[in-house]
Design a protein around this ligand. Structure first.
Ligand SMILES: *Cc1c(COP(=O)(O)O)cnc(C)c1O
Length: 353
């Protein structure tokens, strides 16, 4: 701390990202990165765009990319916002929609960035408890509030929400924005994108980081009715009008259009998730049903912390959250088939102790 810090900075508890070790090669199953790499067409697009034009600012409105996304969903560019990772879009959304006198609602067990945005912007929040199986109870998301964030599938649990539940929350809260964070939706949940024309209070946020394997590129997007997209633009253009660089714009368009690569890689991840979950259950682990690219796992006899440390000693990183209700659970990302096998051979030793 320093006397120069503002009171808000003094109290901030920044989000802690998963470890990105530099000292040693680990099997990284701790940050939900996609093991298969981006579309080769995205890489070609980056090479092609790496030229003298980089002296010029990028398109501040990202028209080509927004049009590509809009076309896929039979929407218009007025329905699409893009940002430097979906984290940035979520931050803008909290600022644009939730900065009011009442609290924003999100689950007690969910993405831990949400409370951080609240602290940064001085937004009140109320954590709504998930049920004993770590599932959403849609009826609990109502009452006076500034807005709602639903995460589908949820992180770090992997549980998906069906569209009826999302519609229930949308219609129970007609005066508030409902943000649906769909970071993992492509791995097995149903996107709420088709609801956008029917709900003026719905904002969907997705990312290229997980299912399109471009976490290093930093690109996310939001889909909503134009009056909500306009609010995001007002915040962005008061903060940084050129967030998406030229190389990113080109790569994202190419990646978006390479449907075959997307389908092939996500189905490999889904197949390995189901296989890994099955074997872990045989080994005596409790594994929640997951619609994401990770599993949420616990064991009766071995604490999550011990499990995490033992795996680490064998060169495998997983994520342990030292938080109430989930401190005896581990989140394990789905890697390549070989990485899943390496994990399973270690968990087999541990569960037989
Ligand atoms: C990974 C993740 C994001 C953000 O991803 P970006 O890399 O910033 O696009 C947002 N929400 C959840 C729940 C995530 O797990």
């Amino acid at each position: 701390m320093s006397k120069y810090w503002s009171p808000i900075v003094d109290k901030l508890v920044p989000y802690t990202p998963g470890e990105q070790p530099k000292d040693r090669v680990f099997i990284k199953l701790n940050t939900n990165e996609n093991p298969y790499g981006p579309s080769p067409r995205a890489l070609d697009a980056i090479h092609a765009a790496a030229n003298d034009d980089l002296r010029l600012y990028p398109d501040p409105a990202a028209i080509d990319l927004r049009r590509a996304i809009a076309d896929t969903h039979d929407l218009t560019i007025d329905n699409i916002f893009v940002g430097n990772g979906s984290d940035e879009i979520l931050a803008h959304a909290f600022n644009a929609f939730f900065n009011r006198d009442t609290p924003v609602l999100f689950a007690d067990i969910t993405y831990s960035f949400y409370p951080t945005y609240c602290q940064l912007y001085g937004i009140q929040f109320r954590e709504v408890p998930l049920n004993a199986n770590f599932e959403y109870e849609p009826a609990d998301f109502q009452g006076p509030c500034a807005g709602i964030v639903l995460t589908n599938p949820n992180a770090p649990t992997g549980a998906k929400l069906n569209l009826q539940c999302i519609e229930q929350v949308l219609s129970n809260n007609p005066d508030n924005v409902v943000v649906v964070d769909e970071a993992y939706v492509d791995f097995g949940a149903e996107s709420a994108v088709d609801l956008v024309p029917h709900y003026e209070n719905l904002v969907i946020v997705q990312t290229f980081s997980k299912s399109r394997s471009l976490a290093g590129l930093r690109l996310g997007f939001a889909i909503a009715q134009p009056h909500l997209i306009e609010a995001l633009f007002r915040v962005k253009d008061s903060f940084n009008s050129y967030p998406i660089g030229r190389l990113t714009l080109e790569a994202a368009v190419a990646s978006w259009k390479d449907r075959a690569w997307f389908e092939e890689t996500r189905s490999r991840v889904i197949a390995d998730r189901e296989r890994t979950a099955g074997v872990l259950r045989q080994q005596g682990f409790r594994v929640l049903p997951s619609a994401a690219n990770f599993l949420f796992v616990s064991h009766d006899q071995v604490t999550a912390e011990d499990l995490s440390n033992t795996l680490r000693a064998s060169g495998i990183l997983v994520r342990h959250f030292n938080r109430p209700r989930i401190d005896n659970w581990l989140r394990i990302s789905i890697g390549t088939s070989a990485e899943c096998d390496a994990l399973l051979s270690e968990t087999n030793k541990i569960s037989n102790i």
